[in-house]
Design a protein around this ligand. Structure first.
Ligand SMILES: NC(=O)c1ccc[n+]([C@@H]2O[C@H](COP(=O)([O-])OP(=O)(O)OC[C@H]3O[C@@H](n4cnc5c(N)ncnc54)[C@H](OP(=O)(O)O)[C@@H]3O)[C@@H](O)[C@H]2O)c1
Length: 277
């Protein structure tokens, strides 16, 4: 059982990296539409557009904060005791809210985990964050984090996971399952690496999709979130993309589908270090 449950956090959410580079009104409309369709988990970070992504989300969720599960990330060089507090205040201001549902260390950096986690706990005591976690942590980082934090504190590990990058299946997902830590799959469409429709991999997805009255991207998201400990946060900046992604919430793959996808997108060997982008 993870701290983040599917009751509170939908299997599919919404990412926001580079959202500030597109049309702002369209991005806001897409985020709002996503929330209406159940994609209530919204992921951002102080790094994205140097706060611009958070500010767009702040506008998108105005008046509906309670409907959203809001997550942001602190940059590693800000993850000192005082630095986290200042970063969190900036983030809350950008998002125009008084609390985050999740606050994550974006990746490991110069500050000791003891200090970062103590700062997270202090913010939690004050109600400014309701849970905290990490991102881009491999198995050995997670061991160390658990040693520092103790059981039941780390809510989430946000890591790279898509059909062509399944490294976390070797050790990170099993570790998180054992310790009740939610896994958030970032770049679930490979950032810009989704199988072309005419390719062999694209045809496998299309055939499975057609059997379910679904789309290839919905099949991909359903595959990635087949384990209840895993959540995915595709970034989409248009209404049609958001609608497509929300449709994945109701796609349920069969064992045969999963075996076929597994064969078409081999997991490969465990890499020496965790891939990240
Ligand atoms: N923790 C970390 O270190 C880390 C690293 C990377 C990402 N992230 C998080 O994960 C989120 C998702 O990852 P990502 O942004 O790298 O890439 P992604 O979600 O894998 O892919 C985004 C791309 O897919 C397109 N897209 C989305 N839905 C689509 C659909 N239904 N049909 C066709 N195209 C679709 C988007 O186009 P449009 O924009 O035109 O809709 C965009 O070009 C980020 O936004 C961020 O919040 C975290």
């Amino acid at each position: 059982m993870t701290i983040w449950t599917r009751k509170r956090v939908p299997a599919i959410g919404q990412g926001s990296w580079y959202i500030e580079r597109g049309d702002k009104a369209e991005a806001i409309a897409a985020l709002r539409h996503g929330v209406d369709l159940g994609l209530t988990h919204i992921d951002t970070a102080e790094m994205y557009g140097d706060g611009a992504s958070e500010a767009i989300i702040g506008e998108a969720i105005a008046g509906r904060r309670d409907a959203v599960f809001l997550v942001s990330k602190v940059l590693p060089h800000n993850a000192s005791r005082a630095g986290i507090r200042a970063a969190c205040e900036r983030t809350l201001k950008h998002l125009k809210t008084d609390r985050l549902d999740g606050y994550l260390l974006h990746w490991r950096g110069p500050h000791p985990l003891e200090e970062t986690f103590a700062a997270f706990e202090a913010l939690k005591q004050e109600g400014k964050i309701l849970s905290w976690g990490v991102s881009n942590f491999d198995e050995d980082d997670l061991d160390e984090a658990l040693e520092v934090a103790g059981d039941g504190k780390i809510a989430c590990n946000q890591v790279l996971y898509h059909l062509r990058e399944r490294a976390i299946e070797h050790a990170v997902i099993p570790w998180c399952q054992r310790h009740g830590v939610a896994v958030t799959a970032y770049s679930p469409f490979g950032h810009h690496d989704f199988p072309e429709p005419g390719s062999a991999q694209g045809r496998v997805l299309a055939e499975i999709a057609s059997a379910h009255g679904a789309t290839p991207r919905q099949v991909a998201l359903a595959f990635l979130t087949r384990d209840p400990a895993v959540f995915a946060i595709p970034k989409a900046a248009s209404l049609t993309h958001v609608e497509d992604n929300a449709g994945a919430l109701t796609v349920s793959l069969t064992e045969a589908d999963i075996a076929r996808i597994d064969a078409a997108f081999p997991r490969g060997r465990k890499p020496s270090s965790l891939p990240m982008i």
